[in-house]
Unconditional design. Structure first.
Lengths: 261, 261
DNA sequence: CGCCGTCTTGACGAATCTCAAATAAAGTGG
DNA sequence: CCACTTTATTTGAGATTCGTCAAGACGGCG
């Protein structure tokens, strides 16, 4: 929809898709440093001590950006200059095929890092959009690179970050290639549940930040199919659904769905 | 099928899946160096001069391995110690979901590098199998790492390699999520054609090294569907099929298939 | 309170899978 | 090199899954 190419850092100020928005605020001065960040060492699962990791991050994070729901953090074609860590809130990434169709390709929770696919190509290849009001830590890549060069441990974390991204994409390709609709949705819910648990949130009750259409897009399904499946899972006593509020009632049952042929 | 975990380098000697095979020969001494390798700078699309790149590679390649069709280069769980560049032949990678289903996740031609997903996790997460008798260059990762540390340009190549892998996986997820069967197969053929052209082979006539089942697995389709589509493409004058020998007759037509809703 | 985006549900149709059988090709042992 | 065995491919018929189209309900926001 937008073709404008802008640098996302440090003074990113692109308006949202739907309406004019105030300039995104740099909230660095008003927020605590990485050392006190509640995310802990989730940002990069670390073999370093948590404290070491956090100090490193303090060195890396240049600014923080506040996004409002629907705001775009970066788009395809934007020059890659930084990685982005979700601090608060959540984002989706949307990719496009050459022929123009779009698909939700990623979903990022606090502590997860976006933009990795841009390393090495110097441009972003997808669009990142806030699913709710969010706060994003900006990690300028030149700093990341310098630190990686100086600190072998950190270099390894960077490799790990990229490997993880490869494995994540591959997992999602596997899901789309081998699973039926109900299995994909069950896998989606279980994955979400696990990631919430890892962040200290409830793993059995959470709010979906994506619409049925966005979930469907990520899973290669139509929104009606997603809706029907939620209803069916509900009937079968696997989950409880109230709009976007989900309760997992029978985790084992969901896991069995996955195993079933 | 096999659970044995072995180090793939330098003396990899796993028998094939079906029958005992002679120990894989290290053919380093009998083959020319990277400088003379016909692949040119394809191994890592490079911003360096081709000569520089080749010399670097000479420094990196420890041994070469000869695989016979069906031989396994590495498996999930194998310790990651090296990257593998296809020199001659071709390989597939096969990934497994937690519930045990398999899918072909990658297809590597001469000059392409396998094993990237193992960087950072220290284990391989998929299985690599030769689709035909092949020759593989082994790039021990400690050497890669050292060179990357010393040479900024090469470090960047390494990042690029990993980014490319991310984008490749994402592209394949997009295909599976948004395209219909005929579009997936058309995209598969066009991609193959482009990659053969980039290697100086005919882009209009080539031999498929995968079975219908393997192609289907990669595209999230059943072998019968792949077979039917080949027949239909043939009827429609898009391609000519003789078993695994494919001629592209109407590239435009195939591309139009992709664009079509 | 009414509008608009989102969600649910039904009926129908198309795409793809499953099962089955025949044919073709490739690999094996003599 | 041939005969035999095994594996791969093609093709058909019918079943299943999921998408499409359409209508109505729900819910949040101005």
């Amino acid at each position: 929809m937008h073709a404008t190419v802008v640098s996302a850092v440090p003074a990113y100020r692109e308006p949202s898709q739907k309406r004019a928005r105030p300039i995104l605020r740099d909230v660095s001065s008003t927020t605590p440093s990485c050392v006190d960040c509640g995310i802990g060492s989730l940002c990069m699962p670390s073999t370093m001590g948590a404290q070491d990791a956090k100090h490193m991050f303090d060195e890396l994070v240049s600014t923080r950006i506040r996004l409002r729901k629907g705001d775009v953090l970066f788009r395809p074609g934007d020059r890659f200059t930084a990685l982005f860590a979700v601090r608060v809130g959540s984002c989706k990434t949307v990719s496009m095929t050459d022929d123009g169709s779009e698909q939700v390709s990623g979903h990022y929770l606090p502590g997860e890092i976006m933009g990795v696919e841009g390393i090495g190509n110097d441009v972003h290849t997808c669009q990142s959009v806030a699913l709710e009001d969010s706060e994003i830590c900006v990690l300028p890549f030149d700093r990341v690179e310098k630190l990686a060069q100086r600190e072998g441990t950190f270099q390894h974390q960077l490799y790990r970050l990229m490997s993880t991204a490869i494995v994540r994409e591959r997992t999602s390709a596997m899901m789309l290639g081998t699973m039926r609709a109900e299995q994909r949705l069950a896998a989606f819910l279980l994955d979400l549940s696990n990631r919430y648990r890892a962040r200290g949130y409830s793993s059995t009750e959470f709010v979906l930040r994506m619409t049925r259409e966005e979930i469907g897009s990520q899973l290669g399904l139509k929104l009606e199919t997603v809706s029907r499946l939620f209803s069916r899972f509900h009937e079968e006593g696997l989950i409880e659904v109230q709009g976007r509020v989900i309760k997992l009632l029978d985790r084992i049952g969901l896991q069995q769905l996955l195993a079933a042929s």
